[in-house]
Design a binder for this molecule. Sequence first.
Ligand code: HEM
Length: 403
Amino acid sequence: MSESNVITISTYEDAREVFRQKDLRQALYDDGDVVMADVLVNLHGDEHRARRRLENRLFRRDTHSWYERELFPPVVQSTLAPYVAEGHAELVTLSHQMMMNLAALTAGVDRPLGTPQETFDLYSYLMLFIEGATLAHFAGNKEAKREEVAAALRAFDAEFLQPSIARRRSEISRFEAGEIEEADLPRDVLTILLRNQDKLELPSDVVLRETCFYLLAGAHTSATAFVRTLHNVFTYTEAHPESLADAQSDLAFLQRCTHETIRLQPSSPVALRWALADIELANGTLVRKGDKVEIDLNTANREQAVFGDDPDAFDPNRELPAGVWRWGLSFGLGMHACIGQDLAAGMDSLGGVNADDHLYGLVPVAVNAVIAANGRPDPMNPAQLDPNNTRSYWGTYPVVFGK
Ligand code: HEM
């Protein structure tokens, strides 16, 4: 078999055009079928449109507002509280626990016991699902890892998903019998899928994978952004002491720090697509059917003509031309644009003035909770980058709390 031709797109405008191309199909998870087969981000055309339209119903302003103001704050506080009481934490583990707890609510994975052991079990599953989704980057025995992930999916199904499905089916029956209002149904992806399972012809294994996908899409990206943003806030306020007051009292500042972090360090440094037809891009590049197109987000997000002088610098007060997002293209664009963007990173603060009902997003809210507890890098225990990963993930990030 001949190797496919890879076309790399590195400019901001070309990347925007490619994201919007209907004849380019998702290619990022080609080896990740064990978790990613038939999940939203891997669908194309009508199938994608039908599923997305349905799931969009959850990701509306009223749900975001309810999540950010009512559902999530107690979860953020209860995840953080034991660490604050102890006076220290390791942020990488804490971030995954916190964001997994939040993503479980969005996905619809119940936590019947609510014990630390249960959190740990779910966290172990999540880590395996992440490995399954990104098998393309796995350095060891892929087949053995695929088997391990498949076994974890079966165990997760029995332990977490089936009880969550049973509770939702019972609530849906009560709603259909007029015993409860629609607003009383759980507001999560699993409930939406179950209510529309027939219409979308969703077999149970797809419901399983779609729920797992939401768990990892919500948790992993937000957890990484949370640790990186905190690191950037710590470093920036040290170099710019005049901004410390903003970090301690202005959620809008922390939201801008989150956006700037996500621009500089997108959750995936590339987006990948397969060409389903010959395409000529506006710059004259010819993409042939069967070619692979790689969007280099790291480069597109740092284009000087778009993001201003010193585009590599972390500057939460950066001034941008109208129509350019502070997070660059890190939430994608077009048909696969991130469905959880507003939930994770809030609304764009247009013109810098936020209305009373402005939503800041769960990453800035969680960052704020750490700063409010006077969380700061542990001077005795410097943070270390993960040596096994080339994407500049933190391996450990010890912090201390309190005075
Ligand atoms: C900092 C946080 C996040 C970042 C940086 C991020 C980034 C992205 C990107 C780049 C894409 C597009 C992928 C592509 O075009 O190939 C995407 C899609 C997606 N994201 Fe996020 N995401 C974040 C948080 C979330 C959260 C919290 C959720 C769930 C509630 C979520 C759910 C999804 C889903 C379901 C898709 C697929 C959409 C589709 O294919 O129609 N993401 N995300």
